[in-house]
Write a protein that binds this ligand. Structure first.
Ligand code: FES
Length: 165
């Protein structure tokens, strides 16, 4: 079965022999986009977060064949070593990582989260409608799907807050 995915603005036609191939494995193994990481491979860690049609998802939990025609953004589409995105720069300034394995997923999740804030999604802490105050609790709750074994959470929150302000 052929599946057309537009990844970081470039269309790719993938021949998928096994419909059980996850989007994560298709990105990493077929397109060599290894910035998206495999941590748990069952939806617990967020290392595999990518943005599909504007929404963040765990790419290990979805099948490549389900994404015909979808627009997918991976960490490779966010910034390059010579031209880092503001969130990537902020993570560096605030030491928002140690081993760095979770960082692509953190950056992708935070990127989508900031867009959710711009769209006025309700508070994840209080449930209030309208633009929520970007408290540390609000950031932590919105980023709760992304785990960091090195426990850099306070610095990650600082980096995200800086970019949001
Ligand atoms: Fe997908 Fe952990 S690898 S959530």
């Amino acid at each position: 079965m052929d599946v057309t995915l537009t990844v970081n603005g470039t269309p790719h036609v993938l021949e998928i022999d096994d419909p059980r191939v996850s989007l994560l494995d298709a990105l990493r193994q077929r397109l060599d986009l290894t910035g998206t990481k495999k941590g748990c491979d069952h939806g617990q860690c967020g290392a595999c977060t990518v943005i599909v049609n504007g929404r963040r998802i765990n790419s290990c939990l979805t099948l490549a064949v389900m994404h015909e025609g979808d627009e997918i953004t991976t960490i490779e589409g966010i910034g390059t070593p010579g031209d880092l995105a503001p969130l990537q720069q902020a993570f560096i300034r605030h030491d928002g990582f140690q081993c760095g394995y979770c960082t692509p997923g953190q950056i992708m999740s935070a990127t989508a989260m900031l867009e959710e804030l711009r769209q006025g999604w309700p508070s994840q802490v209080t449930g209030d409608l309208g633009q929520p105050d970007l408290t540390d609790d609000e950031i932590r709750e919105r980023m709760s799907g992304n785990l960091c074994r090195c426990s850099c959470y306070p610095n990650i929150v600082d980096a995200i807050r800086e970019v949001a302000e």
